[in-house]
Design a protein around this ligand. Structure first.
Ligand code: PMP
Ligand code: GLU
Length: 396
């Protein structure tokens, strides 16, 4: 049987694969520490869980409109106004099965075969594959360490072609934790205007910013930026709701309409119960969110200082999200347990089999000199995991 060439050429999500492997090892009784997926270790706050139970008891368990319930759309509109000073109407909003489905929908809605999408390297693992699934072409824009792995106009100008349709921006960034400031966002919005590009702004880590760093939505910078931006967001990261699968997108009415049309055939509405839970997340008390952010910041500070104290290891000092990129290039060409380490996959494999510590190879994000550690795991796990990493590298 000849199966789909397009599907065969897609790499399965490495972040999810490694996380599943680590969870399976733990289930088998192995003492594994997982720095794998970006998934808060906290339970979903009680008020949100209770809202879901209430929705079940009230029988709110049927199909909803494909693009989501009116009440949640209104809560999302209020959130955009409150947090980002952005004004939308309900037909500019779609609620989907995670921000991931919003991204899948938007590429389906805007791309024709061969259309190019600018993606910053390092990038979140799913962007290139989602573009390919929509017959688009991902164009990788190298972002340099000296620029904190953010876009520069020079690199963007080099990547532009007559086929460029759109630019992806992800701030706070997965995997680097970088946050774009207002001037940088203005420059990108001017660039998008110059070449008439749609901006896909993935703001899923909006609430996870540390120190004096603040999140600004590129869409809020001008009338033109507002018109050409589709904002992607969701409740997975901010409210410890990864399994509930609720994301949302906002932007141009015609694009949202096409996204809704696509979604009406692929999944229909996102789970009704999860939508009521998300409604409580956005409209209920926000104190648990603040507690989680404080805890993430504490962990980030600990990790950065601990890693920098280990010989030959260094890391990117993240400003937001919950990831640390560990530079492991000093160990390339060195031997561990009889094999030579030459890339991030070999490093991650050896670390998992020797020390039972799961990390994501940087190659998943287009950056092979690094591995990614998520600090959405407890402080105790972080301490033990870093002890093991220290012992692993000191044996090389
Ligand atoms: N964008 C980025 C940058 C992410 O890290 C994630 C994490 N899964 C998503 C989008 C999708 O989030 P979700 O589908 O859980 O809403
Ligand atoms: N976004 C998270 C990560 O990068 C979850 C896994 C995924 O959706 O790929 O680890």
């Amino acid at each position: 049987m000849i199966l789909s060439e397009k599907a065969k050429n897609i790499c399965p999500s490495l972040t999810l694969a490694i996380t599943a492997k680590a969870k399976q090892m733990a289930k088998e009784g192995l003492d594994v520490i997982s720095f794998g997926a970006g998934e808060p270790d906290f339970n979903t706050p009680k008020n949100i869980r209770e809202a879901a139970v209430k929705a079940i008891d009230l029988g709110l368990t049927r199909y909803t409109p494909a693009s989501g319930i009116t009440e949640l759309k209104q809560a999302i509109i209020d959130k955009f106004k409150r947090d980002n000073n952005l004004s939308y109407t309900p037909n500019q909003i779609i609620i989907s099965t995670g921000a991931k489905q919003c991204l899948a929908n938007v590429f389906q809605a805007i791309l024709n075969p061969g259309d190019e999408v600018l993606i910053p390297t390092p990038y979140w693992v799913s962007y290139p594959e989602l573009v390919r699934l929509s017959d688009g072409v991902p164009v990788f824009v190298e972002c340099e360490a000296e620029e904190n792995f953010k876009y520069t106009l020079k690199a963007l100008e080099k990547a532009i072609t007559p086929k460029t349709k759109s630019i992806v921006i992800n701030s706070p960034n997965n995997p680097t934790g970088a946050i774009y400031n207002k001037e940088e966002l203005l420059a990108i919005s001017e660039f998008a205007k110059k070449y008439n590009l749609l901006i896909i702004s993935d703001e899923i880590y909006e609430k996870l910013t540390y120190g004096h760093n603040i999140h600004i939505s590129i869409s809020s910078l001008s009338e033109d930026a507002y018109k050409r931006t589709i904002v992607i967001n969701g409740v997975s990261k901010s409210y410890a709701m990864t399994g509930w699968r609720i994301g949302y997108a906002a932007g141009d009415e015609d694009i949202i309409k096409l996204m809704s049309s696509v979604q009406s055939h692929t999944t229909s509405n996102p789970t009704s119960i999860a939508q009521y839970a998300a409604l409580e997340a956005l409209t209920g008390p926000q104190d648990e969110l603040c507690t989680m952010v404080k805890e993430f910041e504490k962990r980030r500070n600990y990790m950065v200082s601990r890693i920098n104290s280990i010989k030959n290891l260094s890391c990117i000092n993240a400003q937001g999200a919950f990831y640390i990129m560990l530079n492991i290039s000093a160990f390339y060409g060195k031997e561990i347990g009889g094999s030579i380490i030459n890339n991030s996959t070999e490093f991650a494999d050896a670390l998992l089999s020797k020390e039972k510590v799961a990390v994501i190879p940087g190659i998943a994000f287009g950056l092979d000199e690094y591995v990614r550690l998520s600090y959405a795991t407890s402080m105790t796990q972080i301490e033990v995991g870093l002890n093991r990493i220290e012992s692993f590298v000191s044996n090389m």
